[in-house]
Design a protein around this ligand. Structure first.
Ligand SMILES: Cc1cc2nc3c(=O)[nH]c(=O)nc-3n(C[C@H](O)[C@H](O)[C@H](O)COP(=O)(O)O)c2cc1C
Length: 189
């Protein structure tokens, strides 16, 4: 089973990295192949709305998205992990998602679903926000849902942890690590 994970946090050793590692742990322990894209370190230009993908479903720009497009096609499980930044996903995550407009054209204009393997394609969304209130959760989840549907992820589970702000807060959260680990395990089934 091919699993890919997108880390949308810019902070090395930050809360999202810690939660993502925890979710990935049981998958790797089960011998599954998990590839992680640290979006902040990648060269991904924002979507130019050039219309270059409208007729083909293929982006005409060449940068690190090329590898992501190929990998998404082969992925059976996709994890999207992002901090809440200004009531939404991080810009790093959103830039990658906007570039999936080519998949949107393929799916909705050209009426081609990205084929999933025999085990289907499932997703996991991991979100952490500094505020205890869940204000950013809804908008971030709406963006993530659009992404998952566009890349033909039929079902996904979402975890949000609020009040997680300073480095190390995720590890101190009463349930976050356990919830992330259990969600990772479920994703591998
Ligand atoms: C630019 C920026 C915007 C933020 N906006 C929000 C916000 O709208 N809501 C919130 O709950 N936390 C917000 N935060 C706090 C982060 O979500 C929080 O610190 C999170 O744990 C960071 O995850 P990381 O350690 O993986 O980078 C913001 C932080 C930054 C740097």
């Amino acid at each position: 089973m091919k699993i890919i994970a997108f880390n949308g946090s810019p902070r090395p050793g930050g809360n999202i990295e810690v939660l993502l590692n925890e979710a990935i742990k049981p998958l790797r322990e089960a011998g599954l192949d998990v590839g992680v894209f640290k979006l902040n370190t990648m060269n991904i230009k924002p979507c130019q709305d050039c219309g270059g993908c409208v007729e083909t479903g293929l982006c005409i720009h060449s940068d690190d998205m090329s590898e992501i497009y190929d990998t998404i096609r082969g992925a059976e499980r996709i994890i999207l992990a992002s901090p809440i930044f200004f009531y939404s996903l991080s810009a790093q995550a959103k830039i990658m998602i906007d570039r999936c407009q080519s998949f949107w054209c393929e799916k909705y204009l050209l009426k081609k679903n990205i084929p999933a393997g025999p085990r289907g394609r499932k997703g996991l969304l991991l979100l952490a926000g500094g505020m205890k209130k869940e204000d950013g959760r809804q908008s971030a989840e709406a963006v993530a849902k659009g992404f998952f549907r566009t890349v033909s992820v039929a079902e996904h589970e979402a975890l949000f942890f609020g009040g997680v702000d300073a480095k190390g807060d995720a590890a101190k959260h009463p349930t976050a690590m356990k919830e992330a680990r259990e969600a990772g395990k479920r994703l591998g089934t």
